[in-house]
Write a new protein. Structure first.
Length: 256
């Protein structure tokens, strides 16, 4: 039996065009792949048609090799019918700064918060770390996404910027007590859980920025104000948003 002639990108795959660099994120595994130059243009051409025979940015041999690698990474799957997918999100272009743009390498000591807030943050942190650790590693990101979507459905009112900021500080203080990795992905998920416990809503965002290319997760208020984030967060192209923006706003893929 012949193989399906077309390909498509699954719903759990999102991509950002950062100029000469395209970053593709698998939201089942959390892994990301980077395409540059002709390979990046080839991905955009393929997304428009879903037909591997139509892109012209790469020679035939290189296209076959890249197609095989993307299959293996779970970023594209075969299909019997033409199923184009969205073009990469247009993000801030990758322009080498030669060190002129500074990034925050860590967070300063968070302001003090009530002990009860830190305890609640610690309990939610245990849940998030458990979800990431228990089960198959290759679908750990998918488990976290499902947890965040469940938390979003538990909310009935928007969190104020000040209240959300206090929760972020509590989460960061709790994270300092954990010997393992607690970075932006874990922190942002814990903030969502803590706020959902009191039916308050924020927006979980995940995206990518250039110079250097890096993935980042954070939370925003419903009016799109990043909570307790450095200015460099505004340079991220947003790939995934939970919950989706209200109708008339932005969807799960947007840029700043």
């Amino acid at each position: 039996m012949s193989s399906p002639p077309y390909v498509t990108a699954p719903d759990y795959v999102s991509a950002a065009d950062l100029g000469s660099v395209t970053v593709i994120v698998n939201y089942r595994t959390g892994n990301a792949e980077t395409l540059i130059g002709p390979a990046a243009r080839w991905w955009a051409e393929l997304a428009a048609t879903g037909d591997p025979d139509t892109p012209t940015a790469l020679d035939a041999a290189s296209a076959r090799t890249l197609l095989s690698q993307l299959h293996a990474a779970g970023l594209i799957v075969p299909t019997w019918r033409i199923r184009p997918w969205p073009a990469p999100v247009a993000g801030p272009p990758w322009v080498p700064s030669w060190g002129t743009q500074e990034l925050v390498a860590g967070y300063a000591e968070p302001p003090r918060v009530p002990l009860g807030a830190t305890v609640r943050a610690g309990l939610a942190l245990v849940v998030v770390l458990g979800v990431l650790a228990v089960g198959r590693k290759r679908v750990r990101m998918a488990r976290l996404i499902r947890l965040l979507m469940w938390a979003a459905r538990c909310t009935t009112r928007s969190a104020t910027a000040e209240y959300a900021r206090q929760v972020v500080h509590a989460v960061r203080r709790a994270g300092r007590l954990v010997p393992g990795r607690v970075a932006c992905l874990e922190e942002s998920a814990v903030v969502m859980l803590v706020l959902a416990a009191s039916s308050r809503r924020v927006i979980w965002c995940h995206g990518v920025a250039a110079d250097p290319i890096r993935l980042h997760a954070w939370v925003e208020t419903v009016d799109r104000q990043p909570v307790a984030e450095p200015p460099s967060t505004l340079r991220c192209a947003v790939l995934r948003v939970i919950p989706a923006r209200a109708q008339g706003g932005e969807s799960n893929q947007r840029t700043r």
